[in-house]
Design a protein around this ligand. Structure first.
Ligand code: AMP
Length: 365
């Protein structure tokens, strides 16, 4: 831990990578790190977490607790995170403990607020759906007038998987919609008239090199990702545009690590950015079986200062999330020779909870 930052990278095998978050993304990061000879320490909310089960050390504590994050950082040569809602105070504690954070905390801060995120994207020439910040129910009617109805009201912070969102079809619904999302600072978004939802998973290494995976096509059910199919069939222009968006964003953020960028494809082929996640992403799980170096290893390589790996697809993959008790079908799923099964080690199969996923492979055409 005493080495100068500039001398620390690339991290040697045997170094410790700290992961804030004990869920499935942390689990798959930890497995990838172990494969490269790293030790992994995780901070999880509960003992025996999906990530803790496969890591060298597990610290149990709250992600917002500077003391817990500080203890993790003190054991780690570099710190990363598997979800967005890490507090700024916790990250400052990590820096005090001497562990550099990757991706940079600025990327995290911007992605934590939907208004800041869209302003940042627009300022860098990346198109989003038109939007308006909403501080109270009274702001909704004038915004709706400008954006057109229906429009989608979302909390500025801490929304995920379609939670904290309400459609507003008329000004009369404003008070109900605002209450429904918890009467919190929010954003009203014009409805994006998309034909498909796509995403691009990309990485930037410590020396600034960028590598992007082929674009995936995503299908959601009730706001939760159901399937990703990759590589998506796209025109060359749309492919180039997705790469331009990912590269612009990674460079604007002076990023290190893997990023997930969610896109809306419009009927004319144009892409709008919905949002980005400064971490490995559910829509990148197909790379586990579709690419020689998957998104988890890529992230570990990037944060450790190693060269990025190839992102060329080796198969066409349909990734399906296993929600709730769907994972109980593990015996049948594992008997399918085209299917690769990933289970997250969660005991409680609550309805809708992501318990695992299955990648179904077909040869590339
Ligand atoms: P989000 O939490 O922003 O990822 O939104 C969850 C899902 O809601 C997206 O994957 C889309 O299916 C849908 N959605 C989000 N924003 C919009 C929008 N402005 N217009 C239409 N659909 C949207």
């Amino acid at each position: 831990m005493a080495t100068d930052l500039k001398d620390r990278f690339p991290l040697s095998p045997g170094s410790t990578i700290g992961i804030v978050g004990g869920g499935q993304l942390g689990r798959m990061l930890a497995m990838a790190a172990a494969r490269l000879g790293f030790r992994v320490a995780v901070l999880a909310r509960e003992a025996d977490s999906p990530a803790g089960q496969v890591s060298a050390f597990e610290i149990v504590g709250d992600y917002g607790d500077p003391d817990a994050v500080g203890r993790l950082a003190a054991q780690s040569d570099v710190l990363t995170f598997e979800f967005e809602n890490v507090s700024a105070a916790a990250l400052a504690a990590a820096e005090r403990a001497g562990a550099p954070i990757s991706p940079p905390d600025r990327a995290l801060a911007i992605s934590q607020d939907r208004v800041d995120e869209k302003r940042f994207l627009n300022a860098h020439g990346l198109a989003t759906t038109p939007f308006a910040p909403i501080d109270g129910a009274a702001d909704i009617a004038p915004a709706l007038e400008r954006l057109g109805a229906p429009a989608l009201l979302k909390t500025r912070r801490e929304g995920y998987d379609g939670k904290g969102q309400a459609w507003v079809t008329s000004a009369a619904e404003a008070p109900t919609a605002f209450t429904a999302i918890g009467a919190r600072p929010s954003i009203l978004e014009a409805r994006a008239d998309f034909v498909r939802e796509l995403s691009v998973i990309a990485a930037r290494g410590r020396s600034g090199e960028v590598a992007a995976y082929p674009v995936g096509e995503n299908r959601h059910e009730h706001g939760v990702l159901r399937t990703t199919t990759a590589p998506a069939s796209l025109s060359q222009a749309t492919r180039d545009d997705a790469l331009r968006i990912a590269t612009t964003l990674l460079e604007a953020l002076d990023y290190r690590g893997v990023i997930g960028v969610e896109l809306f494809e419009l009927a004319d082929g144009r892409l709008l950015v919905n949002e980005f996640a400064p971490r490995v992403h559910n829509t990148g799980h197909w790379t586990l079986d579709g690419c020689a170096v998957d998104q988890f290893e890529q992230h570990i390589r990037a944060v450790a200062g190693w060269p990025l790996g190839p992102t060329t697809p080796l198969a066409r993959v349909e990734m399906t999330n296993l929600l709730g008790d769907e994972a109980h079908d593990w015996a049948a799923l594992s008997a399918d020779p085209r299917a690769r099964l990933w289970l997250y080690g969660k005991r409680d199969a609550a309805p809708g909870r992501k318990m695992g996923h299955v990648n179904r492979l077909t040869p590339l055409a």
